[in-house]
Ligand binder design. Structure first.
Ligand code: F6R
Length: 257
């Protein structure tokens, strides 16, 4: 796994945005996998800037979000559909944007249909991930199957507490979500995980340098041939080999950039 440590989240997200730009220019009908939460906000701001100021065209690009809460009323400000609308979709036109339907009457059928849509789109070219303080990716909480597919999951009390800041009261955080599985995520052509802040340092260290384990779902990235982790300094603080990762990044041959 490649580990890229940057001074701050904005610097890291600018690099990721350039990677997305490269992909979209090479493949105008690319398929992007997107995440929500605080972590990708500087990335979406930079994509909006690239679109507005540099004319980067996303009109052929299709997107698939990782997850959505189950049972939130349509238009609820903490829903991931509302989040994406606010932070990206109202600024940038995509060919199609898919988010699991957390209000579907038949949730297993919705999950199956989501997997089918991803397959029909030709698979995800580049998947953006955040990481939970417990190591979750998407909402694959610890002990999730490393082979899992899109399905309903129950959030842990820790994740509900972490996400309470998006809701009026902690009790309002739903218990259930629909999330792409770890197996679904690992099928993306490239996987880019972002982690910022000291609250992520332990989970990041476990994911990058710990054993492959369902107890740290992000460690599944160790199985991906094109997994890259972008960190700020506090999120990198508990890595034991950070000098090595920095050296590798600073000395990349031109053909690898
Ligand atoms: C959100 C998602 C989650 C978040 C994670 C970190 O779509 O899939 O895995 O990436 O919970 O959330 P933040 O970025 O808010 O710390």
């Amino acid at each position: 796994m490649e580990v890229i440590i940057q001074p701050d989240a904005v610097a890291a997200c600018k690099l990721v945005a350039r990677q997305i730009e490269k992909l979209v220019k090479q493949k105008p009908h690319a398929v992007l996998g997107l995440a929500t939460g605080s972590t990708p906000l500087p990335l979406y701001a930079e994509l909006v800037r690239l679109h507005r100021e540099e004319g980067l065209d996303f009109s052929g690009v299709r997107t698939f979000n990782l997850d959505e809460y189950v049972g939130l009323p349509s238009g609820h400000p903490a829903s991931y559909r509302a989040f994406m609308q606010e932070n990206l979709f109202r600024h940038v036109r995509f060919a199609a944007s898919h988010i699991p339907d957390g209000l579907a009457e038949d949730i297993p059928a919705e999950c199956e249909a989501y997997e089918t849509e991803i397959r029909k789109a030709g698979g995800i070219d580049l998947q953006i991930l955040g990481i939970g303080s417990d190591g979750h990716i998407g909402f694959n909480e610890p002990a999730s199957s490393l082979a899992s597919r899109t399905r309903i999951k129950t959030l842990t009390p820790r994740t509900r507490a972490d996400n309470a800041r998006f809701f009026g009261t902690p009790e309002e955080v739903p218990h259930h979500v629909i999330t792409m599985g770890i197996g679904t995520i690992l099928e993306a052509g490239q996987v880019v995980m972002l982690a910022f802040g000291e609250g992520k340092a332990a989970a990041v260290a476990g994911a990058v340098e710990g054993p492959l384990s369902a107890m740290n779902p992000a460690s599944a990235l160790q199985l991906h041939p094109r997994g890259v982790v972008f960190l700020d300094e506090p999120a990198a603080a508990r890595l034991t080999r950070s000098d090595y990762y920095r050296w590798v990044f600073d000395n990349k041959p031109d053909w690898q950039k």
